[in-house]
Design a protein around this ligand. Structure first.
Ligand SMILES: [Zn+2]
Length: 318
């Protein structure tokens, strides 16, 4: 059952759990999300980035809707992840997404002297986010905004990380009317999240929660980069340093207890899929039935998603 973020995150908020948001790029990933969610009876958010949409020739939503019919008991949102501008969001709305994220905290149109995208001014972020809220509101579609920036966002973004200022977050929510707020508390996208001790700035969640007691808060860049998966990837040929490090599950659980209701997972899925694919290529030498490879990736993803659902406390909450 397709819904916006609102019913999912309200329930998570009251029940002190987080709904996983899994980014998908292909049919196998969509299937793994639905099977894991159904097995665990978990609500789920399917995230699609503008580049994943483009990669699928805009067909990913149709693949999601076709599968949703077979998993009708699972409440899910189809959510645009990191919409860069109004046009990305408008396109998602026209393709049937039930939720969009407008990430106007970063200026994707400009690059600084390091070739990175700079952070946008607060007023500019507000103006751009408001425009998307106006578009979505009339259609019952939810909007996620972002205040503060993460390190290493998918593309080449700014290297300087700006953690969320809770006072600014309050002002941002009041001025924009968004439904969910992504905050920056020291996580980053990718497989190298920390150079030292992997700790989140949990006090930012606490302070933001105090000022915005009803706003669902979102955590990006929250993959755990599990060691066994990294080891499997390394063993079968992926060049990944042993310095790869994610957010420990214990920190994620604390973040949930302080009020995080939606957690985005992308890197862990990429690693799990790659590990399985590479191992298959090693074990199944000389074979060219592609379904064996993609199928192995799908099985690994289903297992990973099941674990995330458990870690985030969303099992049996569908
Ligand atoms: Zn993100």
């Amino acid at each position: 059952m397709l819904v916006s973020l609102n019913p999912l995150l309200q329930k998570a908020f009251c029940g002190k759990f987080a709904v996983p948001a899994f980014n998908v790029n292909s049919m196998e990933m969509v299937q793994a999300v639905f099977s894991a969610a159904e097995k665990a009876k978990s609500p789920v958010i399917i995230g699609v980035s503008p580049s994943a949409l483009e990669y699928s020739a805009d067909l990913l939503p149709s693949i999601v809707f076709a599968h949703a019919k077979r998993f009708s008991k699972i409440p899910f949102a189809l959510h645009l992840d990191h919409g860069k501008n109004f046009d990305d969001c408008k396109k998602a709305v026209s393709l049937g997404f039930s939720s969009v994220m407008i990430d106007a905290s970063i200026d994707y149109e400009k690059k600084d002297f390091l070739g990175k995208h700079p952070a946008r001014k607060f007023s500019e972020n507000v103006a751009r986010t408001k425009k998307v809220v106006a578009l979505a509101r009339s259609k019952g579609i939810s909007v996620e905004g972002e205040i503060g920036t993460l390190g290493g966002i998918e593309d080449a973004t700014n290297s300087s990380v700006h953690l969320t200022d809770p006072e600014e977050a309050k002002k941002f929510v009041e001025e924009t009317g968004i439904d969910a707020l992504a905050i920056a508390i020291g996580t980053s996208h990718g497989a190298y999240k920390f150079s030292g001790n992997p700790k989140l700035k949990l006090e930012i969640i606490k302070q933001t929660r105090k000022l915005l007691p009803k706003m669902p808060l979102v955590l990006h860049g929250a993959s755990s980069v599990p060691k066994p998966i990294v080891e499997q990837c390394k063993k079968f040929g992926l060049q990944i340093s042993s310095e790869a490090q994610g957010v420990p599950v214990s920190e994620i659980k604390k973040a949930i207890s302080f009020g995080i209701c939606k957690i985005n997972i992308d890197t862990d899925a990429r690693l799990a899929f790659m590990g399985a694919l590479l191992q298959k290529a090693h074990d199944y030498q000389g074979q060219i039935d592609l379904r064996e490879y993609f199928g192995a990736g799908r099985t690994a993803l289903e297992k990973l998603y099941g674990q995330k659902i458990k870690d985030f406390g969303s099992a049996n909450k569908a």
